[in-house]
Design a protein around this ligand. Sequence first.
Ligand SMILES: Cc1cc2nc3c(=O)[nH]c(=O)nc-3n(C[C@H](O)[C@H](O)[C@H](O)COP(=O)(O)OP(=O)(O)OC[C@H]3O[C@@H](n4cnc5c(N)ncnc54)[C@H](O)[C@@H]3O)c2cc1C
Length: 452
Amino acid sequence: MVGKIGKQAVVIGAGMAGLAAAGALADHFERVIVLERDRLPDQAVPRPGTPQARHLHVLLPGGQRALTDLFPHFERDLINAGSALLRVPRELRVEIPGLGPLPSRDFGWFFYCASRPLIERLTRRQVERLTNVTMRGGCRVLEITATSDGAMVTGVSYETADGWQETLAADLVVDASGRGAPTLALLRSFDQPVPDEIIIGVDLHYTTTSFVIPLDAPTDWRGIASHPHAPERSRGGYMLPIEGNRWVLTLTGQLGERPPAEPDGFMDYARRLETQTIYNAIKHAERLGGFERYGYPASVWRRFDRLSAFPRGLLPIGDSICRFNPIYGQGMSVAAQEARLLKQLLKGRATKPDPLAGLALAFFSESLPLVEAPWNMSAVPDLVYPETRGERPPDFESRLQYNGALIRAAMRDPAVHRLMAEVQQLLKPPSALQDPAVDRLIQLELSQMAAE
Ligand SMILES: Cc1cc2nc3c(=O)[nH]c(=O)nc-3n(C[C@H](O)[C@H](O)[C@H](O)COP(=O)(O)OP(=O)(O)OC[C@H]3O[C@@H](n4cnc5c(N)ncnc54)[C@H](O)[C@@H]3O)c2cc1C
């Protein structure tokens, strides 16, 4: 037990948050057991517990670095497995309605583009290399168990695929189940306060398919984001190269717009995006497979950070805390950054007499900026649609104006563009934009916008 915080930790769920958490826990517990209700496939294929895996998943550089900090071979394995390296923003065409594409500049970093099943499979492989971590597929957690007063978690009970029920003792249970249902059920069963939820109802619809990248594919971009002309229209298109020389294309619509899931309707929807860039690229391309749909009703942020007490030995992580509008591609990266923070916290507490005391509250407080920044960048702009459900912040109009001015300044000025990209890609906090030189340029844009 020397240097260890506890004997056994249990992680609920082997999605991206659960895998990253297992990487964070491995140094600090004698054993880590990851329980996943799905059977875990050897191949990089979608599974029922993560239906979103059939859709485009971008791993932002901020998340990529967090995963590499947790698993040193992660980037190497992504490259070896054939992920497509995309120089951003140079090779990523970002079309802003009314302004055109952002300039194609090179800031020296990449997106490692791969399908979500491949990203997850490679992350799982990193976890499989950790000798004290065991992954058990086909094990559905039924409940988190606790002492009779609910103050301390003692483990979990779970059911195997063939109907066996067992319990596992744990010093720490990490709830990476995506919905946080086991955590909320435990809190409710002991009449303990549950976190407030901030909900932004977006009614977003995804339809996704993939294409063979044709020989005559555009040479001036390799990936593209065609944003909707909000608030008048909500149609968007997002396409990236992935392993196997494929493009994965997700068309999106909000609040009544639903991209069709049949060939003619899908192509027609692509043709009627804000620009025809995507349509022109795919119109003669060979489509692979069918169409997948996903309905995303709302972004949800559970404010665990506002609770003043929490059961010892329990920690929700990833989507169990916050589900972000997926168009912005933040969920996996925030989960990885939270796991990296957890590792740092555990390291810092390892020499304390009772390292697990107050761990969850410390984690909620320190992970707040990791969640708040992407939430402000994604969920809040959704409120631009009058139909979006949710409370508009009092300074909503000025935030929108600021965002518009920032994009205009980024178009003109490479340094602002770089900073904006670093913040959007979770490499830097939004405070990085509070630079006097940047602020001057934004104020200039704001006064020009007011004069137009
Ligand atoms: C359509 C869509 C597109 C997205 N695109 C992106 C993107 O481009 N980039 C990005 O970074 N993120 C994206 N996301 C978000 C991303 O998928 C998640 O944020 C990320 O995977 C972290 O999720 P998680 O591991 O917390 O939860 P999940 O991915 O939901 O995983 C939870 C796991 O727990 C298991 N589980 C649940 N309950 C139990 C139980 N009782 N017992 C055992 N196991 C259980 C589930 O089977 C599942 O494997 C997208 C999401 C959606 C919906």
